[in-house]
Design a binder for this molecule. Structure first.
Ligand SMILES: NC(=O)c1ccc[n+]([C@@H]2O[C@H](COP(=O)([O-])OP(=O)(O)OC[C@H]3O[C@@H](n4cnc5c(N)ncnc54)[C@H](OP(=O)(O)O)[C@@H]3O)[C@@H](O)[C@H]2O)c1
Length: 259
């Protein structure tokens, strides 16, 4: 990681913050992005190496080429883009207005891929670069109250698996990350049916591994250039269970606490 130029979105809290701190301590130079500038400055002050603070809103995703130009003007290259920023959901399909579905897709999917499309010409010119995409176990299977969230995380998988096939001969790597339950503010910040914040740390979330441990697992996978990186604990077994025994998986998951 030493001297690698690594751009992290969603860097103001949770997994993104811990990735920034850990990668910086390994000698990487970091670009920190999210909406809250004062929080980006706070994370910067904890980093050990050079940092560029570059605020961006994933829902305002039409001019990301300007952000990329700023990074290139500062560092001259980009080695890794960690597309981590995102927002979750806690609302039933039957009570969620379509505009909330669109909002979640705009941040988690369109914002994410818009940044990747702006970075792609740089990776192509360099003939190297790694996209690291934070999907979710919800990108492997649906769950109560997360219809749009789960759809956005599945959509990322389809997009980036296609991108990988198209670009791997140009030296471009894609690693897709599937975190399980990680104890962060994701459930507090999740959108409820009226677009307001859910505001609660869910019981399941509270039982998750720490963001720090999650970041270590992700960095391990980035270094190995794994195609799929799983981060979490026992809940990850659900992926194998669904693949091998889909009916049994359904019987078990429908009995889970829907928070
Ligand atoms: N925690 C889990 O259990 C879990 C499990 C699976 C996947 N994930 C995924 O991991 C990623 C990080 O989540 P987290 O758990 O670390 O939650 P978090 O603490 O709530 O962090 C979310 C980050 O995304 C940023 N963000 C939200 N909306 C944004 C927008 N419109 N534009 C730019 N940045 C935005 C937030 O920064 P600002 O508010 O400053 O913009 C924040 O830095 C997400 O993609 C999430 O879906 C988390």
């Amino acid at each position: 990681m030493k001297n690698k130029i690594i751009w992290i979105t969603g860097a103001t809290s949770g997994i993104g913050e811990e990735l920034a701190l850990h990668l910086s301590s390994l000698g990487a130079k970091i670009i920190l992005s999210a909406r809250r500038v004062e929080e980006l400055e706070r994370v910067k002050s904890k980093c050990k190496n050079e940092v560029l603070v570059l605020p961006l809103d994933l829902s305002e995703n039409k001019r990301f080429d300007e952000k990329v130009n700023k990074v290139i003007a500062h560092f001259g290259r980009i080695d890794v883009l960690i597309n981590n920023g995102g927002i979750s959901q806690r609302s039933l399909v039957s009570e969620t207005a379509l505009e909330i579905d669109r909002k979640i897709m705009e941040v988690n999917y369109f914002g994410n891929i818009a940044l990747a499309k702006a970075v792609l010409p740089i990776f192509q010119k360099q003939k190297s670069g790694q996209f690291v995409i934070i999907s979710s176990l919800s990108g492997k299977f649906g769950f109560f109250l997360r219809s749009a969230y789960s759809a956005s995380k599945h959509a990322l998988v389809g997009f980036y698996e296609s991108l990988r096939l198209e670009e791997e001969t140009h030296g471009i790597k894609v690693s897709i990350v599937f975190p399980g339950l990680i104890k962060t503010s994701i459930s507090q910040n999740a959108l409820s049916k009226d677009g307001k914040s859910h505001g609660e740390l869910d019981e399941n979330q509270a039982k998750g591994i720490s963001a720090k441990k999650c970041a270590q697992q992700i960095i391990n996978g980035i270094e190995k250039e794994q195609l799929e990186i799983f981060a979490g604990a026992g809940e990850l077994k659900a992926v194998t269970l669904k693949r091998l025994f889909p009916k049994l998986f359904h019987k078990i998951i429908r009995k889970q606490n829907p928070t």
